[in-house]
Design a protein around this ligand. Sequence first.
Ligand code: URP
Ligand code: ZN
Ligand code: ZN
Length: 458
Amino acid sequence: MASLLIKNGRVVTADSDAVCDILVEGETIAAIGKNLPVQADETIDATGKIIVPGGIDPHVHLDMPFMGTFSSDTHETGTRAALHGGTTTAIDFVLQKQGHSLREALTEWQGRATGTAVGDYSFHMAVTDFNPSTKEEIKDMVAEGITSFKTFMAYKGALMIDDAQMVGLMQEVRRHGGLVTAHATNGDMIDTLIAQHRAAGKLTPRYHYLSQPEVTEAEASGRFADIANYTGVNSYIVHLTCEGALNQVRRATERNQRVFVETCIQYLLLDASLYGDDFEGAKWVMSPPLREPKDQQTLWAGINQGLVQVVGTDHCPFMWEQKRMGADDFSKIPNGHPAIEHRMELLFSEGVNKGRISLQKFVEVSSTNSAKIFGMFPRKGTISIGADADLVLIDPEKKHTISAETHHMNVDYSGYEGWELTGKIETVLLRGQVAVDAGETKVGRGYGQFIKRGPVNY
Ligand code: URP
Ligand code: ZN
Ligand code: ZN
């Protein structure tokens, strides 16, 4: 079995911080300690580097059929780009087609990901049609290691389920020890506002933002939390963006309910001033839309208050030509933006280096909490003996600039073009293999494995 010794790095986990050595044997961590008295096949000198657990992005859409097209990163290109940014595991969404089974959808997604992913991946199952036969399939998905079930409270006619289906799904998922997640926005209200804007000839990307005001998210977040509280299921709100929605979660904690919350890097760093009246704003047409500076402040505070446990991306890239499907009508712009590659460097530079969060909070929200919530801990999400050797070596001082010219995502623009960051991910190990080093990919198509998941362990 090949061995690798990483010497003298500052090893940071969610609950420890020490300069030490890590011995990797095969795919896992064999020993951790100061000046380990061992010889290994290979040695990496990590002096001056910070070493954190491989990042986990629990919200990505790879090769996903959506709004008349497909997101432009495949499982190969998306997970490769993820590795360059220190994300060693990504959780993608399988979408049930309304009128069809969960199994059919899973088979379709397995066909795209198996043997092509470069980084490790798992699946959430998006239940878009809960009926007596879907109900029977919940236990089968849990047996496959798919323990989280996504619901959409918006995108009516394609993905949205109603409250009756929500209750039934939550009851069934609870019986099998799973987790229900939600895109929590009020779909009917949004559709009405979209129709009003279109009827008034208000068609630029700014009206995407104006069709999804804060109340649409706050209302649905509260409703989701209430139904989850009634059913007793483990619950998680994806891509939460704003104060109103987080206040609903805060309210739920007052009755001692735990609703897990994910925000995404763009909601922490970008705001709605990017939606002008030209088409440029299409780069940030996503749902929910970017919000206001006061919401960014609420989200950073929410992380430090422990109300927001996860920072993901909702990576859902589209080429500019695809975005132009909505050149004359904002409602036809494919929703989503690219971020899988830069989540960790952005969070390190703008979060840790700018003093908004601690280094340990960074580890929690970029890796450990996702591993715990989504049933992968301690195999993933930490640096401990027996864990997968998924390790990220960061040069904390190194400066670099984000650009579509140099990124690895299969998309021809960046939402962060020209941003100068401090802190560069230099080397990434995935299951003991150097996967990325000094900007070069060292593992190939098919190296990524499907990660079967268990129940919430948080
Ligand atoms: O705009 C977004 N978020 N696109 C992807 C689908 C979703 O709602 O998560
Ligand atoms: Zn969503
Ligand atoms: Zn999404």
